[in-house]
Write a protein that binds this ligand. Structure first.
Ligand SMILES: [Zn+2]
Ligand SMILES: [Zn+2]
Ligand SMILES: [Zn+2]
Length: 151
């Protein structure tokens, strides 16, 4: 599948230049603004291809739109993704590799691949959401009397 090589390169380059997550539509607009004649359908397909081969990270925005980001590692890996701010950490997962291989083999599957991404709230977003005040009071010993009224 070597078709559309220049288009693939230009999508890949502009995605890398953007750094963060972007929708196909916004990336297409950026490419057109830069003078590229590339079509929106090609941008969609190319981004999906890049995600499939691990050169781009993809995630679903809260309103259901697919967002993409250049992936910093060409090796097989997994992601921890903050569903609030989109912060992404690239992680290895040795346990997942052996588990996936074993389960595939047990079911007679060959050439098995998998996609495992973990979504959650990053530490920073979780802190902001829970507010600053309970950072210290959460450590009260179990059973201790609530004596915080003194101050
Ligand atoms: Zn990645
Ligand atoms: Zn976050
Ligand atoms: Zn894996």
């Amino acid at each position: 599948m070597k078709r559309n090589t220049w288009q693939r390169e230009s999508v890949r380059d502009s995605l890398a230049g953007i750094g963060g997550f972007i929708s196909a539509q916004a990336l297409h607009a950026a490419l057109r603004a830069g003078g590229s004649p590339i079509g929106l359908a090609t941008v969609y397909r190319t981004l999906a291809d890049l995600a499939a081969i691990g050169e781009a990270d993809s995630l679903q925005s809260p309103d259901g739109e697919a967002l993409y980001r250049a992936c910093s590692s060409g090796e097989h890996h997994h992601h921890l993704i903050c569903r609030h701010c989109g912060r992404t950490v690239e992680i290895g997962a040795a346990e997942v590799e052996s588990w996936a291989q074993r389960v595939a083999a047990e079911n007679g599957f060959v050439d098995a691949a998998h996609v495992v991404d973990i979504f959650g709230w990053c530490a920073q977003c979780a802190d902001e959401a829970s507010g600053v005040e309970d950072a210290s009071s959460a450590r009260r010993a179990p059973g201790a009397a609530d004596a915080t009224g003194a101050v």
